[in-house]
Design a protein around this ligand. Structure first.
Ligand code: SF4
Length: 503
């Protein structure tokens, strides 16, 4: 809800009364959309905070409960702005220009210059507001359904563009919104000056209703009238009990009920709703700091939830905040670069004996693809030892380990790589799988715990100098498994990195 100051009965019946009920059945997020207020009222921001607080006090007075729901201020959760910005990268302009309310609002608010970027983008900010919490439902009226549809389109586009499922497509939860007539018979709206405040003092509510127009009905009290054409009759329909409604209809149509009595009855029905809310608001106003502190605390809670959504979003856009695999690009020395060039320029790569190809790849892997901190020293052609030094990553531990590095023996098929491994107790296997179809190399740096059992079993049945047969296989879901001799497969996808050294 935008912070437009104190709420009136139209706001209450159109949304808030329903929200109060929803919080018992759903995990709800309600926020005061102060950034949205600026999309149309950017020229005069002087009342944003006051209006925000007014809305919050009315919400609490009417029964929104921070124990049940998260109630916060949009601008206190900067993740809304971040996601909005990221969505703005992928959203075609046409999608925003054709949102029905864009042209309508520009027409309706002629006095304001709404040819701004922020105004065009506000439905996209709404999409971010909704998707940030991975919402399943958005409680809206019919006029907002187009915005939910845009949100669904944005979610779909993001998910398909980045092959992810971060954003569920939310559904509109259409809420009953009885039309509350204003005191002049038109729709209740601040801009018409015809409102009855949700938390107004009872005496004022009665006065406003008693002075209401009957829209030309019953000018002479002896004439019958049509309560369906009179705004007081409209108020009865929203707020009175079925008995009172029936009596009013009858009395109006037969001229047996005087308008002033009809109005007092209507005022009674309205005050039955508003009086407790009025007193609750007075109580909250006397300790306004508590409400403000609650909003700040709840905004922190919302931000923590929003962050859960943004983590995978940043990852798929390669904006995550850890250095990650990028680090590998910065270890090359001049010497490494020279070797890499040698490798990529190897004209007759496929004509080389496979031993030589394997050795080139192993050297390349060691020189270019291992983090430089790993500091391996070579013991023999295929065996390396990690040096004793503090390592940043658990890739290869800081203690002295013997690492067997080997390239796949031959290509059985596109999804299976075979290796011969001496039956010695290496603590780490580094298995390099090269893919003939695109010249890429996948490496699996496998700690002993992944193969020790299978290795021990296989070793028993080996003859002297025989090697252990191991393989890496890929399934249809692009998951990788290690197989050692006849033992069961072990998942090793998480140990994989890949590179394109031959490109
Ligand atoms: S009796 Fe009530 S509904 Fe009928 S015209 Fe008078 S105020 Fe309106």
């Amino acid at each position: 809800m935008r912070p437009t100051g104190k709420l009136h009965l139209g706001n209450y019946m159109g949304a808030l009364a329903n929200w109060v009920k929803l919080q018992d059945d759903y995990e709800c997020y309600f926020f005061i959309a102060d950034w949205h207020a600026l999309t149309t009222d950017y020229a005069d921001p002087s009342r944003v905070k006051l209006n925000t607080l007014d809305v919050a006090l009315d919400w609490l007075a009417a029964g929104l409960d921070p124990e049940k729901s998260t109630i916060f201020i949009q601008s206190h959760v900067p993740q809304h702005a971040e996601l909005h910005l990221l969505f703005s990268m992928i959203t075609p302009l046409g999608w925003l220009e054709r949102v029905p309310s864009y042209k309508e609002q520009q027409e309706n608010l002629k006095g304001k210059d709404l040819s701004t970027y922020g105004f065009l983008g506000y439905p996209l900010l709404q999409a971010a507001d909704i998707l940030l919490y991975q919402a399943q439902f958005v409680p809206v009226g019919q006029d907002q359904v187009a915005h939910v549809e845009l949100t669904r389109e944005v979610a779909r586009r993001f998910n398909s563009m980045y092959k992810t499922e971060v954003f569920p497509e939310p559904d509109a939860l259409l809420t009953p919104a009885p039309k509350v007539p204003g005191t002049d018979g038109r729709k209740m709206s601040k801009s018409y000056g015809n409102t009855i405040g949700l938390t107004e003092a009872p005496a004022l509510v009665v006065k406003k209703i008693v002075e209401m127009s009957t829209n030309g009905q019953r000018i002479r009290q002896t004439d019958p009238g049509d309560p369906d054409l009179c705004p007081v009759g409209g108020l009865h329909k929203v707020f009175s009990s079925p008995d009172v409604i029936a009596a009013t209809q009858e009395g109006c149509r037969t001229a047996s009920l005087r308008c002033e009595f009809c109005k007092v009855d209507a005022a009674d029905s309205v005050c039955a709703v508003t009086t407790p809310i009025h007193f609750q608001r007075m109580h909250l106003e006397s300790r306004v700091e508590e409400t403000w502190e609650m909003l700040r605390e709840q905004s922190r809670k919302a931000a923590a939830r929003a962050e859960e959504t943004l983590l995978p979003v940043r990852t798929v856009l390669d904006l995550s905040r850890d250095l990650g695999s990028v680090k590998r690009h910065f270890f090359a020395t001049d010497e490494d670069r020279r070797r890499a060039r040698d490798l990529s320029q190897h004209a007759a790569w496929w004509n080389l004996p496979s031993d030589q190809r394997g050795k080139l790849l192993r050297d390349y892997w060691r020189s270019n693809l291992l983090p430089r901190e790993a500091q391996l020293s070579q013991e023999s052609n295929r065996v390396f030892t990690s040096l004793d030094r503090e390592l940043e990553e658990p890739l290869i531990t800081a203690k002295k380990k013997r690492i067997f590095v080997t390239t796949s023996r031959n290509i059985v098929n596109l999804n299976e790589w075979h290796f011969d491994i001496p039956a010695k107790s290496y603590e780490i296997w580094a298995l390099l799988c090269w893919r003939k179809q695109d010249y890429w190399v996948d490496d699996f740096v496998i700690p002993q715990k992944y193969f020790s059992q299978a290795f021990a079993l296989a070793k028993k049945s080996l003859k002297k100098d025989q090697k252990i047969q191991a393989k890496v296989v890929r399934d249809e879901g692009n998951r990788f498994f290690l197989g050692v001799a006849g033992s069961n497969l072990t998942a090793v996808t998480e140990l994989r990195s890949n590179y394109g050294p031959l490109e």
